[in-house]
Design a protein around this ligand. Sequence first.
Ligand SMILES: [Zn+2]
Length: 435
Amino acid sequence: MYTKALLGGKVYLKTGWQQTNIYIENEKIALLSDDIFPAEEVIRLDGHEVLPGIIDPHVHFELDLGFIKSVDDFYSGSVAAAYGGVTSYVDFLDPVDNEIDLEKAFHKRLDLAKKSVIDYHFHACIKNPKGNLEVFVKKMKALGMNTLKLFTTYSDSNRRTYDPEIVELLKLSKKYHFLIMAHIENDDLIDLNPSFTYRDLAKSRPQEAETTEALKLAEFTRQTGGWMYMVHLSSGKTLEALIQNYPDILNKHFFVESCPQYFTFTNDVLEHHDGYLYTFAPPLRSAHEKDLLFANEHAVYTIGTDHCAFMKHDKIHDHLSETPLGIGGIEHALGIMRNHLGDDAIEKMTSRVAETQSLKAKGEIDIGFDADLIIFKPDQGMRVHGNHGSCDYSVYENLPTAGKVISTILRGQFVLKDGEFLGGKGQWIKGSDFH
Ligand SMILES: [Zn+2]
């Protein structure tokens, strides 16, 4: 007897939509079949959609910026995520420059994440490393992580990793089978003029800074045969330049992530009376660049939210230097992106995230995978309303969404059932080797 049976759903399989029944045994998907078998709990879906649980590869819960912390902790953020159909996410360790601090950073974050109601993984994070990189990489892998975040900018806070170390890390990524997650902006083209306000965000962090640096890192990737993942691509111009110059490695060795905000808004919102609420890095771009992003959306491999929420009053500052950069978005990402891209959004938010983040048991509805499933009710006339995290606003409020997540199942257990939050017990997911 199966633990659960989901009958009569329209199910999103790797091969596309299919009407089938899903049978769960404990935490795993045990059978897909048109036939009826006995189960302890039977859920009738009457044609509702069943999708793999969303995996968000880019989340900052309880991020400590020194002068302020992001408002969603691992509990409130993961609750909001569950309402949005997210069953797993990847957060970041504090950036460190040696393997001893890496281990400490890992245990610190692991302890904080215990209150998560859905599953989680971490990116190791490196800052301006000067020691033995191979030892660092081996420690990262021994701790169960296969993704390493670095920054090409933020030299002002000593987080920048410089080119020689990036090249060495790329060589190591090939040797040790892991993925380098890069925040890509040319540090020399970033202007931290202390007189800038949030309205100067695009001037402070121009598109050229992203495009030139992305081309440089793609070149390093091609030359070394390493593995790189560009986080939060903001401009369609950058994407177009990558397509034109690096078609051989694009999304084969050099993967591109973008975020819902870059598909949704343009930089003119910064001129609005509440423009300070739309501040993050890299910043919003022009309408032309957003159009280019849509035109080339096939080359965006994954979608992550870069969820990093702050309260309204924390965002109001005269000077850009005092404004914490980041917005929330994890709860509404699926509906917003399906509204933008239709079904193209689904694999960018599920199987491809599992592939790049090396989460082998996640991201697909198939036998043997974790029973991470969501029940989705499409509704074309629907708009975003409210949120379940700690933040007092959402940039997506009142925008069109493709429908609503009715239920979220994590490893065979309902976390959200018919819109009611039941609670959940997330666990750390150990990563597998990348490629
Ligand atoms: Zn981020």
